[in-house]
Design a protein around this ligand. Sequence first.
Ligand code: AMP
Length: 134
Amino acid sequence: MATIFTRIASGEIPSFKCAEDENYYAFLDINPLAPGHTLVIPKHIEDDYIFNLDESTYQGLWAFARKVALAIKATVPCKRVGVAVLGMEVPHTHIHLVPLQSEGDMDFRKSRPVVTDEEKKQIAESILKEYEKL
Ligand code: AMP
């Protein structure tokens, strides 16, 4: 059975798309640590543990994540973009990219800011625009 993230990448489940290529997809986290918190996934590989990925998919995922992080930094006000890999909740490899003002923004236990769907739509569109320039 397809994972929820595979169904998001195929468009079956809606998402706020930030970037896409043939093999990878990036979209806003539904419950962000900060506005612009983005998830990056391989589209066709559902293994839930990043270090199980084959070398080529693994390298490609990080190269794609780098471009998405550059696009986030270009449009979301932040000091830098933090990276985390957890996978405790969704069993489909994903990288978290989180715009940071301070170290505390990376605390997954903290209460989350309210980001409306309209705000998410605008943020995702501007990240996508920056990504397409790269
Ligand atoms: P983890 O598996 O621990 O890395 O966390 C999974 C992340 O996926 C959490 O930050 C969730 O908020 C996020 N998430 C779960 N379902 C969705 C969804 N349908 N769209 C976007 N993000 C999601």
